[in-house]
Design a protein around this ligand. Structure first.
Ligand SMILES: [Zn+2]
Length: 187
């Protein structure tokens, strides 16, 4: 499974928020159950092949149910719901990768995290000024979100600590930096 911080960086890219605690909470049984931890808290993962597939990862009924959550309980809860679902989707994707691919993607996401300019220009999250670009009434608006600064700092410190103790990740990060984030190609 990808580490919790990989999920957090993906969500930072997708939503401008990391949901780090949410991902840690979902994977908390890993310590006891190992790879079998996904029998708990991973309903979407478990239902792969039954209610969703890679051809149709987010079916229209799911989008509709999230829209209902948004209308009834607000945007924040709807986004959290999306973060829970995308966690399981990424877990399932991760299963399909080879070990070198997993390693490369870890390096890629660490590189992205340490590149605030790319986060701003590409992912539309300004981690330095704590703003997220959203589309409101068909207009692009940079919304303030003060939590981003502390979330970003926490994630950076976490990944710096992980990288320090992980030689393979240090090397991959250097390769990704050298390639300027070019996507891994199968040999
Ligand atoms: Zn998981």
């Amino acid at each position: 499974m990808p580490s919790g911080w990989v999920h957090a960086v993906i969500d930072l890219i997708a939503y401008g928020r990391s949901y780090f605690d949410l991902h840690k909470e979902k994977d908390k049984h890993y310590k006891i159950l190992g790879p079998r931890h996904r029998c708990i808290n991973h309903g979407w993962y478990q239902n792969y092949g039954r209610i969703w597939s890679f051809c149709d990862p987010f079916p229209s009924w799911l989008k509709e149910s999230i829209r209902i959550v948004r209308n009834k309980r607000g945007l924040d809860e709807a986004e959290e719901q999306m973060a829970r679902i995308d966690h399981d989707y990424i877990d399932k994707m991760w299963d399909t990768l080879s070990e070198p691919e997993k390693q490369y993607w870890e390096g890629f996401f660490a590189w992205i995290l340490f590149s605030p300019k790319i986060l701003k220009d590409w992912a539309r999250v300004d981690v330095l000024k704590a703003k997220i670009q959203r589309i409101i009434n068909n207009r692009e608006v940079w919304e303030s979100c003060l939590e981003i600064k502390s979330e970003y700092k926490r994630l950076c410190n976490y990944i710096k600590a992980v990288t320090k103790g992980n030689k393979a990740l240090q090397e991959t990060l250097e390769v990704v930096k050298f390639n300027k984030g070019q996507i891994y190609k199968k040999r």
